[in-house]
Design a binder for this molecule. Structure first.
Ligand code: SF4
Ligand code: SF4
Length: 91
């Protein structure tokens, strides 16, 4: 994985076009049925080889809505990743 979008998402759309691998979908396409944006963990590369910091989290205007989740086996994992459940960008 991956980063995860938590339920403090305000559906602002700032993240979706920033993702270099199109891992993010909006609330209409969220496979969990929740009315928030969603990151496909098997697509997210944690922006490794694209950006220093996950672009989605950098674009997100909320405080900590985008958090680290467990890495998916076989997917890139940022060397700077934090613990599961902690914000990707801390204030
Ligand atoms: S961390 Fe990077 S690859 Fe993963 S969803 Fe965010 S922008 Fe996309
Ligand atoms: S930028 Fe943040 S608040 Fe806006 S849609 Fe993406 S995750 Fe939700």
């Amino acid at each position: 994985m991956a980063v995860i979008i938590t339920d403090t998402c305000i559906n602002c759309a700032a993240c979706i076009d920033e993702c270099p691998v199109e891992a993010i979908v909006d609330e209409d396409d969220n496979p969990t049925g929740e009315e928030i944006y969603y990151v496909y963990p098997d697509k997210c590369v944690e922006c490794v080889d694209y950006f220093e910091v996950p672009a989605c989290a950098e674009a997100c205007p909320t405080e900590g809505c985008i958090q680290w989740d467990d890495p998916v086996e076989g997917m890139p994992a940022s060397p700077n990743r934090g613990e599961k459940g902690t914000p990707v960008i801390e204030d």
